[in-house]
Design a protein around this ligand. Structure first.
Ligand code: ADP
Length: 399
């Protein structure tokens, strides 16, 4: 079985072709829409070779121009067909990452016109992501044909069974009735990491209480019990919860009311909270954690404050997840910071010493992937898992 995974975002498109039994794609393509004005930068990797192209993007007709680029990229699959894949079909199924599935999508689903209408309707809740996801679906259907099953895998689905006390905000009932509630995101990553821990530990996921820490440019936590998420830090949008690269995470909503009264516009607040806050806003140096760490090491006080706040907020979030679970079998770190920063893992575990968590300091320093880094006498296991969202999408599509 060959599954093409498409992750169509607003600034980039990632595609990978996965075959049964292989966690690494045989063919993959990355298109960057925004790095160079008027140009789509394309990178295609297959059979160990890398090809780069710069294709024109007509700003006056962007949807058509993007469609042409995506069609061109997907057609490059045909050319490696004979060399890469045995069998008559290059693609048996296509798995599409869809960010927002609202309240009704709990599992991957075959895409029909009704599903597309729902994704379109949910664009009001995810205005940046869902339209880009839908564009990717429609172009893939045109190029690859509608006979191949196209499957939507939702980033919200893993959180869709959160109990009401975790899912709702303490807001007027009629707002909740209009869909203003906590949805949670990064679900594909949280679910993959939970399943991988159960596999590595040879335990039944349904028996485990886990906290997964997805710490990349975007950051979120999930509390996992009975095999699904029962609480998470992201909410109505991916802006809620932890401090992130450029996103503020949770702030007192009174600040926004104050700033609106002072004359700020919704667009200004949107930009400030999503693009100019978080590690970047506090440090004034970088949104990239490595850049902030380097500045801290060079004595920059704002960078140190940013790192201290990042860890403080992370610990506060873990504390909240912990109480909902009523105990913890394993703490799991993933994504760029979670997989690579021994400092973050050590500082979090240090705060949890009173619970009996003990890190194996040598294992922690060596940044092992898909490994348990707790010491043998720790009461709670600590895992570092390399998140593989696209591979998880391929698996969700039946690979
Ligand atoms: P995205 O959310 O865009 O997928 P990633 O999961 O790749 O992002 O995570 C990016 C973050 O990981 C950046 O803040 C980056 O600085 C951080 N990171 C990557 N490598 C390291 C490292 N060795 N030490 C600390 N942070 C790291």
């Amino acid at each position: 079985m060959n599954i093409l995974v498409m992750n169509a975002g607003s600034s980039s498109l990632k595609c990978g072709l996965y075959v049964s039994g292989e966690a690494r794609p045989l063919w993959q393509a990355l298109v960057d829409w925004t790095h160079r004005a008027g140009v789509a930068e394309v990178k295609i990797e297959a059979l160990g070779a890398v090809r780069r192209e710069a294709l024109p993007l007509d700003a006056n007709d962007l949807p058509q121009a993007r469609a042409r680029v995506i069609a061109h990229v997907l057609r490059s699959l045909w050319h490696c067909d004979n060399k890469v894949i045995d069998g008559p079909h290059v693609v048996d199924r296509v798995g599409h990452r869809v960010v927002h599935g609202g309240q009704s999508y709990h599992h991957p689903v075959r895409i029909t016109s009704a599903v597309k209408a729902d994704i379109q309707q949910l664009a009001s809740l995810a205005p940046v992501h869902n339209p880009a996801n839908l564009e990717g679906i429609e172009i893939a259907e045109q190029v690859l044909g509608g006979d191949i099953p196209h499957i939507a895998v939702f980033d919200t689905a893993f959180h869709s069974q959160m109990p009401p006390e975790a899912a709702f905000y303490a807001l007027p009932r009629e707002w909740s009735a209009h869909g203003i509630r906590r949805y949670g995101f990064h679900g594909i990553s949280h679910q993959y990491c939970a399943q991988r821990v159960a596999q590595l530990w040879q335990r039944n996921l349904a028996d485990l209480r886990l906290i997964t820490c997805h710490l990349g440019n975007g950051c979120s936590l999930a509390a996992i019990r009975d095999g699904h998420s029962i609480d998470t830090t992201m909410g109505f949008t991916p802006l809620d919860g932890l401090m992130m690269g450029t996103r503020s995470g949770s702030v007192d909503p009174g600040i926004l009311i104050h700033l609106l009264r002072e004359g700020h516009t919704a667009e200004q607040l949107d930009r400030a909270l999503n693009k100019q806050s978080g590690l970047l806003g506090v440090s004034g140096v970088a949104s990239d954690f490595r850049g902030v760490l380097a500045a801290m090491a060079a004595g920059d006080a704002n960078a140190k404050l940013a790192v201290d706040m990042f860890i403080h907020r992370l610990n506060a979030g873990i504390g909240a997840m912990l109480m909902g679970l009523g105990g913890l079998d394993a703490l799991v770190f993933t994504a760029g910071i979670g997989e690579n920063s021994a400092l973050v893992r050590a500082q979090v575990c240090e705060q949890m010493t009173f619970l009996g968590i003990k890190l194996n300091a040598t294992a922690n320093q060596s940044n092992p992937l898909d490994a348990d880094i707790a010491s043998p006498d720790s009461t709670v296991r600590v895992f570092v898992i390399h998140t593989q969202e696209d591979w998880a999408i391929a698996q969700a599509c039946g690979l």
